[in-house]
Design a protein around this ligand. Sequence first.
Ligand code: ZN
Length: 308
Amino acid sequence: MNILKATVKAIAATLACVAILCSCARGPIKGVIITGQNNHNWPVSHQALRLTLENSGLFEMDLAVSPAAGEDMSGFLVDFSQYEVVVLDYNGDSWLEPMREAFLEYVRSGGGVVVYHAADNAFSGWEEYNKIIALGGWEGRNENSGPYVYWKDGGLVKDTTPGPGGSHGAQHEYVMNSRRADHPVLKGLPEKWKHAKDELYDRMRGPGDIKDLLYTAYSPTEKGGSGREEPLVFTVDYGKGRVFHIMLGHCGETLENNPAMQCAGFQELLLRGTEWCATGKVTRKVPADFPTETEVSLRKDYQAPDVK
Ligand code: ZN
């Protein structure tokens, strides 16, 4: 009997070793969504982000919810060492020095960061944060924050003209234009696809050190935009860390009334960008419901129909 038990144990141990060695047997990517203050509807946006990520089966997301605006922030400290990726859904009171330092050290040492929508409004006076996001808007940003950066004549322009950083016109559906079709995040996706009704951030400013520009979209003056092709999705290198910045996804009033975040294109980019931040790879295939150049596609349940 003891021999049988020992044999079973040995087989189990061998199987465990094989599982560890086989990359396909790894568990979900462990991440955290930082939220709790925002000029946007964070009680809905963080749920939409979490549902989208976890419903893919690829991620297990914790939440780090800050104290409310104006409250004591001294207890707000995330243990970043637990995570392969951090999703920023935060635009509010300054983090205190220990939290700032912990975050910077996490990124410098190779941590992944997803900068989602208004997270690029945050912390206009924090120099290192602005290097991480590359471009930001509002909160007093101007020529001192860095140049305007936009796409013109086949390349990115850095324009030092003085003026405020960050604006957007009326929400509308718009076509996303691929600028790096060979990047893992874009692999297999159409070069043009129609995003659901959303804000289109324009005239953003910052250090502007974009590593790979992934998507731009034209901001039409007749909607109150800049008349420029604006960089909306890109990557940034900071230390050993990978940063994925996605300006899309203005949050609606409820999970049900939330087209920008229900867009299959937004959700797929979030999934691919978050995986890429964490691992440097993208394993997802192109889903059947991805938008086309003329047709918007919504995932109202925050779940891809057929792709794990
Ligand atoms: Zn917004």
